[in-house]
Design a protein around this ligand. Sequence first.
Ligand code: RIB
Ligand code: CA
Length: 324
Amino acid sequence: MRIIIDTDPAMGTLAGDPEDSFAIMLAINSPEVDIEGITVVQGNVPAEKGFSNASHLLDLLGRQDVPLKRGCLRPMNPRRSTQIRWLERRYDSRQIVEKVEPTGKDADAVSFLLETVLAAPGEISLVTIGPLTNVAVAMQRSPDFARSVKRIVMMGGTAECAGNISPAAEFNYWQDPDAADIVFRSGADLTMVGLDVCHQTHLSPEQLQESTRSGTALGKFVQEATEPWFNARSRGGSRSLHLYDSLATAVAINANLVTLEDSYVEIETGDGPAQGMSVSHHKRFQRAIFGHAETNARVALDVEAETFSNLFRDRVLAFILNER
Ligand code: RIB
Ligand code: CA
């Protein structure tokens, strides 16, 4: 299976959400997957930091051969002041990895997405584990992009539960609601892996300590990068990390991990308190009432959490433990 991972990796930025990088490790250690490239987008951290973080991870994994591209630096709508403030505050966060600047075409993730997908229509899937800015800009630049992509498996949104960044919205869609709206209207084959299922996945600090104890370069980096995050979570009362992005990646590999329902999903693009909310009409009677004859996505409503957890243990935790 040929995939591009579109991501906002913060492992490498102290107190940043480390989770995208586990998803990258999962993809890299999955024999079913050929990674065509990794495109970095604004989100958890500014894309400048995300690019350095991804570059460091690929170095540690010995996978400098994977094309790495930096994409959009801001949400599509320059008036999204709360989201832009969120991003700008993260320029102050301390980096524990070397700063790496992309040169030439490596600074143009959108062109990479367009060229790679349009050269192989129907063959390449996107796994999006950050805001959808890069993907939506690619859709705007070429009307062929949405129909040429094989499918898009997205970590984002919520089908039935509350949000995480706001009471209404999940972070990835909230951070660029206009982009999410473009993607849901695009006609591409979409799978939404939202909070409903991601919140059933957990990684405890003890599990991670066990896998980093061998003290390899990768183990030390993971330990150093994740400690502040776990400490912050402990203060908030929850000691485990949800594996949002890893679950979406696992679903791209094996859709049977989740129960999917056809749905018509709309994104709230107003600038009120529900901005970025995903409104999922996966109940047939709701589609009938609100006149949505068509569906535009499949949404995940339940997950085989233990099967996923075993997969994560075998392909990520065991890898961190044994990597030399
Ligand atoms: O809402 C969860 C998403 O935002 C994930 O992609 C994770 O990386 C987080 O920051
Ligand atoms: Ca992410």
